[in-house]
Design a protein around this ligand. Sequence first.
Ligand SMILES: Cc1cc2nc3c(=O)[nH]c(=O)nc-3n(C[C@H](O)[C@H](O)[C@H](O)COP(=O)(O)O)c2cc1C
Length: 411
Amino acid sequence: MNLLDGKRVLLGVSGGIAAYKSAELVRLLRAAGALVRVVMTPAASGFVTARTFQALSGEVVRCDWSDDRTGMDHIELARWAERILVAPASADTLACLAHGRADTLLAAICLASEAPLLVAPAMNQAMWRHAATRDNLACLQRRGVQVCGPDTGEQACGEVGPGRMQAPEMLLQALSDSFASGRLAGLKLVITAGPTREAVDPVRFLGNRSSGKMGYAVARAARDAGARVELVSGPVALAAPEGVERVLVESGQEMLDAVLARITACDIFIAAAAVADYRPVAPAAQKIKKQAGEWTLQLEPAPDILATVAALENRPWCVGFAAETEQLELHARKKRMHKGVEMIAANLVGDGLGFDTDDNELLLVWEGGERHLARAPKSRLAVQLVEQIADLYSHSMTTDETPADDAKHSA
Ligand SMILES: Cc1cc2nc3c(=O)[nH]c(=O)nc-3n(C[C@H](O)[C@H](O)[C@H](O)COP(=O)(O)O)c2cc1C
């Protein structure tokens, strides 16, 4: 399966003949839905121009320190990347990486990034066999760097042997595979996302600012972790993640109905949607006409999806989201107790965080524990959240505690 849809990949290109093949790799990555930014070494620009990568990636290409316009571009890029692939990785760049050098912009980004690093060596077969290169590779592998290739065959220099850069299609697959964790393999997850719309009349509704980005990121992360994911989504401007079954709904009641229709045999339920707390008591059948004077709209509580699922007899392991504007931890703990769920993921809204933003910051609270996830793109937070859920879920399965038992502790 293609797990690259929406993923942020930084492609490093160093100075070798194979650099021309990386242009095709950028094209393949874009076609797979990845967001690609290219950083070249100065030597690489002697083989392929930045303009080629710029046109193919649709992003500014950086080559050397003078391209670091803000002085912090290299740090921003290091944080932005979910994966870094250096292809081709020259003998020189491998040596730089092994020694933790930061003299080229690319090497500095690799050093500053926490993203998993993949390298695709490409060089003359004698350079590849040299003890210095072997040591550098062994050192990188010890640190968890994934080495892709090289292939064996005829080389640009006319020699035959190992040192050809792995084919772009293989590198694409390696990148995609690197996102598959298998932590939730064999499990079924139901996830809600986005806002709800509560009809006032046929043309008006009560809604909220939720974009659905967090819930969709969680759905992708759960899919990447091997789960079968069913996503119940309010109206959003986002495409359905590949490999995820999506159903679109409007109101909180429709969302509840769609969730209940899918909850059988569900292992984990994640309520990331911003469901209305109140809805109009009697939506008008016809458009309400403008009148002079004030107008009062009477509201009633909308269905509480998380509490309803948590109260089911054979219920799944439940995670709720909470958006708060103050006293985050207090409200998160209260909400967890009140709803009787295993975990609450709380975020403060405002100050560029929360609704309709790309970044977020979360506080996860559960029975006897908590974890703060520092401000980061929602896709990265979603991966961390899914890992935490996988840890706690597998722990709850190895102890004899059922979700219902745990809810009793927290009630
Ligand atoms: C025509 C030519 C082809 C080269 N091909 C390779 C290569 O395939 N692999 C490699 O490791 N170095 C190759 N080199 C040498 C690198 O370009 C050189 O070591 C450079 O300093 C690498 O810098 P970088 O690692 O910062 O990109 C080649 C040099 C030339 C002139």
